[in-house]
Write a protein that binds this ligand. Structure first.
Ligand SMILES: Nc1nc2c(c(=O)[nH]1)N[C@H]1C(S)=C(S)[C@@H](COP(=O)(O)OP(=O)(O)OC[C@H]3O[C@@H](n4cnc5c(=O)[nH]c(N)nc54)[C@H](O)[C@@H]3O)O[C@H]1N2
Ligand SMILES: Nc1nc2c(c(=O)[nH]1)N[C@H]1C(S)=C(S)[C@@H](COP(=O)(O)OP(=O)(O)OC[C@H]3O[C@@H](n4cnc5c(=O)[nH]c(N)nc54)[C@H](O)[C@@H]3O)O[C@H]1N2
Ligand code: SF4
Ligand SMILES: [Mo]
Length: 760
């Protein structure tokens, strides 16, 4: 066997009888950690995936998921051709047939009911996909879709709301400068041991936790579950789900009460401190302790520790967003960091400086431009107020299944599995078959796409180049990495994913499927983005001999903070520089930059936005709520070897500790007559499921936990491994109307449930 170590060519399969072995360096696109991989390919097949120790960003970090990209690439269930469904029967189709079918399905909906009858659901992998992240926007725009749905409203919408109001942009999200935090790291509602970080792109967060502790610093985890992260910390503070905002208000109260507020260098940029002081006056630790189940003394001490620490940061994530008081909690995390001087300073909460802009950040409305981007319209059935252009994803089912003017009749899903990921999952399952047209850009026939009339699959995960889009916006340092395709296309005639999106965009806009000029559309989209950067597309288009996402990546680097601005900045970066650096380019740690980043109307950090503080009375009322003693509160969890709903078809990732079980404290189990390994019936106001019980003192009493992303035994799916590890869809229990009132984000944590043993 010959061996050619040529990491960056993307060339595969040498001539001659012996397959050539090549080693490729590539960035894993599965999560925010963006680990560098070393992928050994023989012929055109992946032999081995190891961490790339020379990667400038991840320096050898990896998790078990990253080693399975070859299995995803080779998954026999992954779709290689478009699929058209008639009744229960799928048939493989040519691309022309598939697009003609899209036209046949969409045209009557458009012509009879107008564009408001069409919507799209955008899922999480879109944000990690080089092409989809950069092209989905044009599809929404061209199709004239009024209102989209996305996994964002079961995710970070509260943080988008608080960031828009505090800093001026929904993606102007400060992240912990964790690699330089040394004294105190407080983790709330996040489990980086499993998730590897979120709205915090930092490879090896567990390594940073070890480093902090080795250096004499302290790590505190506030979570209803003693997670893997809590096990690695100094202290686990169990908290009643949904009460974090109350805890943080009491911390704020203590900071003012004990005169511990110290804004530090950011002080000239902060407005609203007196308002926060006034708002916090009644929020004594004693007034929240019973609700949170955290002693008042410990709350006071936490405030003192944060104030005293030289280098500290509070970090909150999905457990703080996906809950009833998501926006208050997300806002207060930033407020506490600001009041204790851990803001815009090394080791504290800082604003990343990405080398490339993301299409999302380039086009994000600032408050100045949009006015108040809340409640400009309401959903038809429930009357839910729009927030940042979206209503809760749980509205989707009722907008499909409720007759009347404005009913949704056509749906395009892009890299999403709402039948599993969205609350009220059972209703959505019943609603999807009522659509006149459903088209999915997706690679598998799963719980959602089984309802599609047409599925348009992109190439396999290792056949396309990669450069992250939005993820660098959450990164604890500035860097960039280009990845060439690792394997040759299985079928050179298959369109790239961006070409699929453009062609579908034209069809959804009413153009005939046969005549779509993809290259012209691509030039048009590039022109839109170039103009948004203040450039004349006619002047820069001659720089390129081909289009596609690569060209947009180049534009985003060249007009970014280190870019060459097409020759205007001497020595400035272009994509070519990254292509020449297969281990990536490191542009250094985070830097204080609050002054340059603010786009609020006042030019200040608004730490007491009226829209958010007006929600405090709702939280106060919650403190007095009398809990039903027979009720447990259900929260979600993640496992290192899952990624939401879609990696369960990889044999190496399912089984072992990656189980869909109900975690329950021994006392609660005993009270309900539940036994380890036996089934329980779990019922909420929304639905009933049966799931195996796992009795463990890692749960605090009164709280139970289930992972989301399971329930793979639906009829008509084609994911054999996932089916044999089916698990149960926890979102059957999640009531669609249980949301954070002011962001509309789903509260999939803190759901009241009743459990009882069942025979079996
Ligand atoms: N109960 C509960 N529910 C939750 C959560 C929770 O914590 N608890 N978490 C929420 C969160 S944070 C999120 S982000 C959402 C996720 O919600 P979704 O985005 O709806 O779910 P995923 O499982 O990420 O769906 C991935 C889909 O993308 C497809 N896919 C994967 N890669 C590609 C690709 O490269 N191209 C294309 N075209 N398709 C691809 C997969 O086949 C699958 O259909 O779930 C939310 N739901
Ligand atoms: N391996 C793996 N990695 C992933 C994903 C995955 O599915 N698997 N998904 C990716 C996605 S889309 C996202 S958004 C991120 C999420 O990343 P994380 O936010 O780290 O998500 P989780 O691991 O679910 O951790 C959430 C924690 O919040 C706790 N919690 C629940 N309710 C509350 C509450 O009310 N208060 C507090 N204080 N804690 C609460 C839960 O017990 C859980 O431990 O992970 C990403 N990375
Ligand atoms: S932590 Fe795992 S899934 Fe995330 S980027 Fe690294 S290898 Fe990929
Ligand atoms: Mo997410």
């Amino acid at each position: 066997m010959t061996s050619a170590v040529d990491p960056n060519t993307g060339a595969n399969g040498a001539a001659g009888p012996e397959p050539t072995t090549t080693v490729h360096r590539r960035t894993c696109h599965l999560c925010e950690a963006m680990c560098g991989l070393e992928i050994t390919v023989s012929g055109n097949s992946v032999q081995r995936i190891k961490p790339n120790k020379n990667d400038v960003w991840s320096k050898g970090h990896i998790c078990p998921k990253g080693t399975t990209l070859g299995a995803l690439q080779n998954d026999p269930d992954r779709l290689r051709t478009p699929m058209i469904r008639t009744g229960d029967t799928w048939r493989e189709a040519t691309w022309d047939e598939a697009f003609a079918e899209c036209e046949r399905l969409l045209r009557p909906v458009r012509e009879t009911h107008g564009p408001s009858a069409l919507t799209a659901f955008l899922g999480n992998p879109l944000a990690h996909n080089m092409a989809l992240a950069r092209y989905s926007g044009i599809l929404i725009g061209m199709a004239g879709i009024h209102h989209i749905y996305s996994s964002g409203t079961v995710d970070q919408w509260p943080k988008n709301v608080s960031s828009l109001l505090m800093y001026g942009g929904m993606w102007t999200i400060p992240v912990p400068d964790l690699r330089r935090t040394s004294d105190l790291f407080v983790v709330m509602g996040a489990n980086p041991q499993a998730s590897q970080g979120s709205l915090l792109a930092c490879p090896d967060i567990m390594g940073e936790i070890k480093r902090i502790r080795r250096g004499g610093g302290k790590v505190v985890v506030i979570d209803p579950r003693r997670t893997g992260t809590a096990d690695a910390a100094d202290e686990w503070l169990p908290i009643v789900p949904g009460t974090d905002a109350a805890l943080l208000m009491a911390v704020v109260h203590t900071l003012f009460d004990e005169k511990l507020v110290e804004l530090g260098d950011a002080a000239p940029h902060i407005a609203g401190v007196d308002q926060v002081a006034a708002l916090a006056r009644d929020w004594t630790p004693e007034s929240v302790a019973a609700t949170c189940r955290i002693p008042a003394d410990r709350i006071r001490e936490l405030a003192r520790e944060l104030a005293a620490a030289e280098s500290a940061v509070v970090y909150g994530r999905i457990g703080l967003c996906n809950q009833e008081f998501g926006t208050l909690a997300s806002w207060l995390v930033d407020v506490v960091n600001i009041l204790t001087g851990h803001f815009d300073t090394p080791g504290g909460l800082m604003f990343p400086k990405p080398v490339n802009w993301s299409v999302a950040t380039l086009t994000q409305g600032s408050k100045n431009a949009d006015g108040a981007p809340f409640g400009r319209w309401h959903s038809r059935v429930r009357g839910a107020a729009e927030v940042l252009g979206q209503v809760p994803v749980s509205c989707l089912a009722e907008e499909i299944d409720t007759e009347g003017e404005g009913r949704i009749r056509a749906l395009i899903t892009i890299a999403g599995n709402p039948a599993v990921s969205a609350p009220g999952a059972a209703r959505l399952r019943e609603a999807l078959p009522k659509l006149d047209a459903m088209i999915s850009i997706d690679n598998w026939i799963n719980e959602t796409t089984r309802h599609a009339h047409v599925i348009l699959p992109g190439p396999g995960p290792l056949e396309s180049p990669h450069f992250d889009d939005l993820m660098w916006n959450f990164a604890v340092g500035s860097a960039g990495k280009w990845s060439e395709p690792v394997v040759a296309p299985e079928d050179p005639d298959r369109p790239a994913e961006w070409e699929i999106v453009l062609r579908l965009a034209a069809i959804a806009a009413g153009q005939p499927a046969a005549g779509v000029d993809v290259a012209a559309l691509d030039d048009m989209w590039f022109g839109v983005l170039a103009r948004a950067c203040g450039l004349d597309p006619d002047e820069i288009l001659p720089h390129y001999d081909h289009g596609g996402p690569e060209r947009i990546v180049d534009l985003s680097i060249r007009t970014g903070p280190w870019g060459d601005r097409y020759g205007q900045v001497e020595g400035g970066l272009t994509l070519a520089d990254f292509k020449a650096a297969p281990d990536g380019i490191d542009l250094g740690p985070m830097v204080p930059r609050v002054a340059e980043i603010l786009t609020t109307p006042t030019g200040k950090v608004e730490i007491a936005p009226d829209y958010i503080t007006a929600d405090l009375p709702r939280l106060r009322a919650h403190l007095d709520r009398v809990a039903d003693p027979s009720t447990l509160l259900l929260v979600s969890r993640r496992h290192l070897r899952s990624k939401n709903s879609w990696l369960h078809n990889v044999p190496a990732l399912v089984g072992g500790s990656n189980k869909c079980t109900l975690l329950i404290h021994p006392d609660d189990a005993a009270r309900s007559g539940l036994h380890d390994g036996r089934p329980a019936e779990v019922a909420s106001d929304e639905g009933v499921i049966e799931v195996a019980v796992q009795v463990t003192d890692e749960m605090m009493p009164g709280v139970v936990s289930m992972p989301h992303g399971w329930g793979h035994d639906e009829p008509g799916t084609r994911m054999d491994t996932a089916r044999s590890h089916a698990g149960v869809n926890s979102n059957i229990l999640a009531p669609g109307t249980f949301v954070d009132a002011i962001s509309g984000n789903a509260a999939v944590n803190g759901i009241p449930v009743r459990v009882r043993a069942v025979a079996g």
